[in-house]
Ligand binder design. Structure first.
Ligand code: FE2
Ligand code: FE2
Length: 142
């Protein structure tokens, strides 16, 4: 069976917005836990960690979208669409995992989510962070 490669937090992922970065660090930690469990082969633990990660991802996306709405961020529609697409993709992987728990769906989820998180944080979330920092008033935190 293929093994997923976990990634870790690095400054290249930072948006410079403390609350977003705090949640991103949490997501990266949860992702690493999920990858380690997948590596260990404990199906029930993988499934539970996946549910927990999905719940945190949903909450994080909601928070980011509220922030974008509050600041009238022009890229909100495409950014929110990217969030929706990820969640749909995760749910379709979860269906595959449930249908064939011993297959490669767990590794596929980790590969896909890991790469998606890095690219999304470095591009979409980074642009959001730059926008929020540019329009912040002195003493204002996003
Ligand atoms: Fe994010
Ligand atoms: Fe985002």
């Amino acid at each position: 069976m293929r093994q997923a490669v976990p990634f870790g937090w690095s400054d290249s992922l930072a948006t410079g917005i403390p609350e977003i970065d705090r949640q991103h660090i949490e997501l990266v930690d949860m992702f690493r836990t999920l990858a380690a469990l997948e590596h260990g082969g404990d199906r029930a633990a993988v499934r539970a960690a996946l549910e927990e990660l999905i719940a945190h991802v949903c909450k994080h996306f909601d928070d980011e979208e509220q922030l974008m709405r509050r600041h009238h961020y022009a890229e909100l529609p495409s950014h929110a669409q990217a969030h929706d697409l990820l969640l749909r993709q995760i749910h379709s992987f979860v269906s595959l995992l449930d249908a064939a728990p011993d297959g490669d769906a767990g590794v596929d989820i980790i590969d896909f989510v890991g790469k998606w998180l890095v690219v999304h944080m470095q591009q979409d979330d980074h642009r959001l962070g730059a926008f929020l920092k540019a329009e912040a008033k002195p003493c204002e935190v996003a």
